[in-house]
Design a protein around this ligand. Structure first.
Ligand code: PMV
Length: 373
């Protein structure tokens, strides 16, 4: 079915410019934000961090980042500022200057929407529940948690209203595109597309259709094939979609995949769900294989796992499917009622492909939460 672009009335950037901020000087706030796994992949963007195609994701639960931010007066700080901003950053208890440039770039992108960033000092502490350098993208959870902390400290909103969550998603998107989908859960959609009412490029929204019960407790077991930093960053990968020979077809396909997947989510059609999800994973990597220059993020173990999953599914009829992020790790998705047998299969046949036999058991989650401190 060809995708037909219908002009829709969309949200405007100006609606996110702060109306009135009452910064909470001397206060600390904390948020816990989960990672997410895309079912339909965002791959390709244009400035400022706008998606070239729509995406749809499961919000995760166990894999998350907790960030605490304290708002302090500049005068109380004996610290050189970075550019127009003043902050310090610690990760898992130790100062982490490697992250300063990322935070600085983020502050520069969002200062128009959080003007108080220029007037105060920010002490930022962050920690992840998943192993550091496990190859799991932490930018989504980290940028979501940081955005929520800053927005709360700005005092622009009196409560965690829908407007607060929308602005948090808007800010998180400017940090890392997929972070826009980590504010809420369990299913998030980002990027304007005809089949999803109220879909937007500026923010991710909760996929509000009546989703079949089976998907509300879906499992994601992440097989850690290769830990450590990826050879090619997502930023470079997105950039290679510009002038990519298959870009137009891919972007078009993503709209259609969302339409078909939405139906499958509503009707509980797991076969269609698995078909779309696997096709999306392989298409994402096909885009990498065919970009110029091309690159390969899958490893031999990634392919071996995929083959084992297909053989297992054919033999047992257990509805187990895989998806991939921009890396070698494999996410195994399946209904909760098959947890025991799938974990047994992983132990028996797949753990040999994981670095240090490591995998992480996660499931669909509800989104970010404020943490009292
Ligand atoms: O948010 P970024 O820039 O790290 O891009 C994420 C891209 C994928 O993880 C490959 C797909 C997605 O939709 O999350």
């Amino acid at each position: 079915m060809p995708y037909i672009c219908v002009k829709m009335i969309s949200m405007e950037v100006v609606s996110f410019i702060a109306k009135k901020q009452s910064p909470m000087l001397g206060k600390s706030v904390a948020w816990r934000s989960p990672s997410n796994i895309a079912l339909v992949k965002y791959w390709g963007k244009y400035a400022p961090q706008m998606p070239a195609n729509p995406s749809l994701s499961f919000t995760l639960d166990n894999c998350n980042t907790k960030t605490t931010v304290c708002l302090r007066d500049m005068d109380t700080i004996n610290q050189t500022s970075l550019g127009n901003f003043s902050f310090d950053f610690s990760f898992e208890g130790a100062p982490k200057p490697d992250f300063h440039l990322k935070i600085l770039a983020f502050f520069e992108r969002v200062v128009a929407y959080l003007p108080f960033l220029k007037q105060y000092h920010f002490s930022i502490l962050s920690e992840n529940t998943f192993p550091h350098s496990s190859g799991i993208a932490s930018s989504a959870s980290a940028m979501a948690a940081l955005s929520l902390c800053l927005l709360e400290l700005s005092g622009e909103f009196l409560d965690y209203s829908e407007a607060f969550k929308a602005k948090a998603s808007f800010l998180a998107r400017l940090g890392s595109g997929s972070a826009a989908r980590s504010i809420q859960g369990p299913l998030m959609q980002w990027g304007k597309t005809d089949s999803v009412p109220h879909s937007e490029d500026l923010i991710a929204i909760v996929f509000k259709e009546n989703v079949a019960a089976v998907f509300s407790s879906y499992q994601d077991t992440i097989l850690l094939v290769e830990k450590g930093a990826k050879a090619v960053s997502s930023t470079v990968g997105h950039g290679l979609m510009e002038n990519h020979p298959y870009a137009a077809a891919r972007f078009n396909q993503a709209h259609n995949q969302i339409a078909v997947l939405s139906q499958a989510l509503k009707t509980g059609d797991i076969d269609t769900f698995m078909h779309i999800v696997e096709q999306e994973a392989l298409t994402l990597h096909a885009m990498m294989l065919t970009s110029s220059p091309s690159f390969i993020l899958m490893k031999p173990a990634t392919l071996a796992i995929i083959e084992r999953v297909w053989t297992y599914r054919a033999a047992t009829k257990v509805p187990l499917c895989f998806t991939l992020d921009a890396g070698a790790n494999v996410h195994l998705l399946y209904p909760e009622k098959h947890k025991e047998e799938v974990l047994q299969f992983i132990e028996n046949e797949l753990v040999v492909y994981c670095e240090n036999a490591q995998y992480i058991c996660d499931s669909v989650g509800a989104g970010s939460v404020s943490v009292s401190i």
